[in-house]
Design a protein around this ligand. Structure first.
Ligand SMILES: C[S@@+](CC[C@H](N)C(=O)[O-])C[C@H]1O[C@@H](n2cnc3c(N)ncnc32)[C@H](O)[C@@H]1O
Length: 293
């Protein structure tokens, strides 16, 4: 709530509130935001990890006030698309769902083995996604739109970049905003009941692809996203806090000295995949005098 000009206004962040009709839209701090130009609005909504209770109240308000939700579908039976549909059915059953088929990404070793090659492939993929979203917005021109983003849009998610590309293409125009969600990184810490760093220490966040590089740089407290099997070879003295399919019924957690738990992590990962038909995992690795032997 914001006190402005003598009147109390309810201003959930980035979401049109009851006081917005005909008036200026306000950010939560009461500062006129980038959403004041009128016209169509697109809101990227961080949805957490699939559980209906992960959505913030402002995320739910955004779903309920929108006319259309763009849901990316990677393939037939995509479990994450199904999870988004379930969230919409739960929180905003009247919201129209428009499926946007995700363009194929070039995953060939020849194209992605170097960092430059990988970045080029990802850039092409983002442009193809921007085209697909532009088409969906043109075909569904009425009312505000939402895009449901897994976890938090700030971590290893290209939605923000794709929206920037859609606008840069110039065929459609809209105001846009981002609502944060619970990230896998936060749920990992909560489930293990840990702080992601020791007192006053930094935490480095990276991908499995760049883990070895981070360790060579001297990072000693590293959160690793985008894993594909958790290769912990040579890290026996490190401590790991690992989690798979967090927030879902097939959730698995393992923690301990890598030398002691590496096999258990591999087994738990396979079990999560067997149970759900998909697996996503991440982990915190720490080398600390108090934890290593
Ligand atoms: C494309 S990134 C999206 C991250 C997301 N934006 C977030 O804030 O958590 C996908 C990676 O996030 C992690 N991840 C996402 N959901 C997860 C879950 N339910 N359990 C464990 N890790 C998850 C995995 O490392 C996965 O490879």
């Amino acid at each position: 709530m914001t006190r402005l000009g003598g009147a109390w206004r309810l201003t959930p962040a980035g979401v049109p509130g009851p006081h917005d009709r005909g008036g200026r839209r306000l950010t939560p701090a009461g500062v006129p935001g980038p959403l004041d130009r009128g016209g169509r609005r697109l809101t990227l909504v961080g949805i957490g990890l699939g559980h209906p209770d992960h959505l913030t109240l402002e995320a739910v308000a955004a779903l309920r006030s929108a006319s259309v939700a763009l849901v990316t579908v990677k393939r037939a039976g995509d479990p994450l698309a199904a999870a988004r549909r379930e969230l919409i059915a739960h929180h905003a059953p009247d919201l129209q769902v428009v499926e946007v088929v995700d363009p194929e990404r070039d995953r060939s070793a020849a194209s992605t083995s170097t960092t430059a090659g990988y970045e080029g492939v990802v850039g092409d993929w983002h442009e193809a996604r921007a085209e697909a979203w532009e088409r969906a917005l043109v075909e569904h021109p009425d009312g505000d739109a939402v895009v449901l983003v897994w976890g938090d849009p700030a971590f290893y998610d290209s939605t923000v970049r794709v929206v920037e590309r859609v606008l840069a293409r110039g065929a459609v125009t809209f105001d846009w905003s981002v609502l944060p969600g619970i990230s896998a990184l936060q749920l990992l810490a909560a489930r293990h009941r840990i702080v992601l760093h020791e007192v006053g220490q930094p935490v480095h966040v990276t991908t499995e692809r760049r883990l070895r590089e981070a360790l060579e740089q001297g990072q000693r407290n590293v959160v690793v996203f985008l894993t594909s099997g958790t290769d912990l070879t040579g890290l026996g003295d490190w401590h790991v806090w690992w989690g798979a399919n967090l927030g879902s019924p097939s959730e698995r957690l393992v923690a301990g000295r890598v030398a002691d738990v590496a096999d258990e992590v591999a087994r738990a990962r396979a079990a999560a995949k067997d149970e759900a038909g998909w697996v996503m995992d991440l982990f915190l690795l720490r080398l600390s005098p108090s934890l290593s032997r």
